[in-house]
Ligand binder design. Structure first.
Ligand SMILES: [Zn+2]
Ligand SMILES: [Zn+2]
Length: 460
């Protein structure tokens, strides 16, 4: 506002002989409360309507909610419009410069004024709060709730912006909207680099890193979805992507519920929607976004054809249903599922710690759907992440069940004297067990192990 005053003072020196009659018309509230004086102030001032109105307000003779009528007293009939237009143009320019947000350096959008007296765009305040709870200009503590959704806008600033430079406000809003929608517009999925998640399966997250707070806020204001990818801890090459910080395949998660903590952290509960493979990636505001393709299972008819073709390749000896070392590829998909289900039953009977009630509370009871079962199994079975990751790129239910049946065989092999099943058990064409000769690490405590009792699992 100081800049406007400076501009006004400058104009006054060139006001010249430009008399204008100004009459204040009081708001009815003042007329009721001020019975003795129903009339407003009257003045003759100089410099055109704008300048003289400003002067009148400065003199304390123009209430904020009063109307003002004016009449030129010029003997030549001049209404001083040129002066008004010039001054208005200067004020608009000043306002535009003055209303720049010190965070985004753009025109302030939906301005919020903090208790320390500094004003920023609402969205900028929300972003600030992701990082720290203090004003970026004066470092004073802010008392604004995370997300900055509940704070009232600064109505004076808003009115000033919207009445004086509506076009600039609109243009700025459009730019911001485009910025905010870039993730969905370009078909890119925001990537949360953390751990493994699966379709139809819950994942609980504790979100505290500023970049992920922003990502989750954006997801919440959009379709509530984001991609979960595990860390590429071993630095393995991820297809065409080369060595990336994250694994190439992940799961799209839908945010089912979100609990925002007073300090801006949040706890979210999500459910897996579908799997994807990352084709390309880039950074957006310090987090990754990826161009992805969906990974789907082959149709049921193709699944059945695959099953029939595999089974027919084996001799009766290799597929002897009575043999404990029967090749997994010689088994029907239903038999693979049964093998896993029997194992779960036996483990429940033996009170395996990973089937404790708190796990089942989080992940539910064993699903009977063979397509979903492997995801549930991977969520509760304490084996290495590398083993679990093998489920994500699969394109058939059968392929997934062979992987999980392989885990069962290995865990059983361990409990039968620490021996892995013989190499003969592997179907070399399909490599269901060759990929990982190491024994599943049943003692490994995965991030999920802490889940239901200690709160959220994966930490950002
Ligand atoms: Zn801003
Ligand atoms: Zn401040």
């Amino acid at each position: 506002m100081d800049r406007i005053s400076i501009e006004i003072v400058r104009r006054r020196t060139t006001a010249g002989d430009t008399p204008t009659q100004l009459d204040e018309e009081l708001h009815w509230r003042h007329m009721i409360g001020n019975l003795g004086n129903k009339l407003g102030h009257s003045r003759v001032l100089y410099g055109g309507f704008l300048l003289s109105a400003y002067t009148m307000a400065e003199l304390g003779e123009l209430r904020y909610d009063s109307e003002l009528s004016f009449k030129s007293l010029s003997t030549s009939g001049d209404h001083f419009e040129v002066q008004d237009r010039t001054l208005l143009a200067r004020i608009k320019e000043t306002i535009q410069n003055e209303m720049e947000c010190q965070v985004c350096w753009g025109l302030m959008l939906d301005p919020l004024t903090t208790t320390c007296g500094h004003s920023f765009c609402r969205r900028c305040v929300a972003r600030l709060l992701d990082h720290a709870n203090s004003c970026p200009l004066c470092r004073k503590q802010l008392s604004i709730r995370p997300g900055a959704t509940e704070e009232p806008s600064n109505q004076r600033l808003r009115a000033l912006l919207e009445s004086l430079i509506p076009d600039a406000v609109l243009a700025r809003a459009e730019v911001v909207e485009i910025e905010e929608s870039t993730t969905s517009d370009r078909g890119r999925v925001p990537l949360f680099v953390c751990g493994l998640s699966y379709p139809e399966t819950p994942t609980f997250l504790h979100v505290f890193e500023p970049r992920y707070r922003l990502m989750i806020r954006r997801a919440m204001s959009g379709d509530r979805k984001f991609g979960m990818v595990a860390y590429n801890g071993r630095g393995e090459v991820q297809g065409d992507l080369g060595i990336t910080q994250f694994m190439q395949c992940g799961t799209l998660l839908h945010i089912e519920s979100m609990q925002l903590l007073p300090d801006g952290r949040s706890v979210i509960q999500t459910k897996g929607v579908s799997r994807f493979r990352i084709l390309d990636h880039e950074m957006l505001d310090a987090y990754y976004v990826g161009k992805t393709e969906r990974i789907d299972d082959i149709p049921i008819a193709a699944e059945e054809a695959l099953e029939a073709a595999e089974i027919s390749r084996f001799t009766t000896q290799a597929s002897d249903p009575g043999s404990p070392n029967r090749l997994l590829s010689a088994m029907s998909t239903a038999e693979l599922m049964q093998l896993c289900a029997d194992f779960i039953e036996r483990m429940k009977g033996a009170s395996a710690s990973w089937l404790a009630s708190n796990f089942l509370q989080a992940y539910g009871d064993m699903p009977n759907d063979p397509a979903v079962f492997p995801y549930w199994f991977a969520s509760v079975l304490p084996i290495s992440e590398a083993e679990k990751y093998r489920l994500l790129p699969t394109t058939s239910v059968r392929e997934r069940l062979k992987i999980t049946a392989g885990w069962v065989r290995k865990v059983q092999g361990m409990s039968l004297g620490g021996m892995a099943p013989s190499a003969n058990d592997d179907d070399s064409d399909h490599n269901e067990e060759n990929d990982s000769q190491e024994m599943p690490d049943v003692t490994e405590s995965t991030d999920r192990a802490n889940l239901p009792t200690n709160g959220p699992s994966a930490l950002t």
